[in-house]
Design a protein around this ligand. Sequence first.
Ligand code: CDP
Length: 230
Amino acid sequence: MSQKRLVIAIDGPAASGKSTTAKLVAERLGFVHVDTGAMYRAITLKVLQKKIGPQDTERIARLVESTQIALRRESGTMRVFLDGKDVTDEIRSIEVTRAVSAVSSLRAVRQAMVREQRRMGEAVSVVAEGRDIGTVVFPSADLKFFVIAGIEARAKRRQGDLLHQGVETNLTEIERAIEERDALDSSREESPLRKAADAIELDTSDMTIEAQVDFVVEHVRRMQKKHEAS
Ligand code: CDP
């Protein structure tokens, strides 16, 4: 018997653990992982490459319409393509991270990205992660999670990510940068970061990655069983 197609929404602030969780949950369940943050990062990279200021909304709107962003699985890992070029590593740079909140607050950018994200969720089961998945992109998702963590845990994780890229940073500076991005993402007019009323909260401050993944997978399996029984 074929299983019902499911949409799992995972939202949360920067470095809360949502990306790692979403990626591993998608792998365990055989669903497609839609990393919407990677899409906003890719368009931000193009804005920076073209040297367009974040206030030049008209040029950015035109740029978005002529840009192709794709998420594709290659040899087991999810890769991000900008106009056909693999930019998976480039979009994690400090410059992109610094500019992404401003670019993704623009209506034209959000409209184009949301359209594409909904299309990705049309045909297959997906684990989609971001800031507005449960509230705007897929308000009727089958299951919604809102992942949070204390600022210290988040800053340490981000420091680890950066160290992995060979960048040494100071913890206080990272905390400040994360808090700044949270404030921008939560206070913007267009689709702010917000917990959907029907989202399940998951605080990962003291959890292992395995426990986070198990938590989500168990909820999904329970739902699949319920569908099978009905
Ligand atoms: O991985 P990290 O938590 O640092 O962020 P991300 O998920 O890669 O998202 C980067 C940025 O894209 C966020 O800070 C938001 O400004 C924006 N974003 C958004 O506006 N809406 C989404 N659905 C996903 C990301």
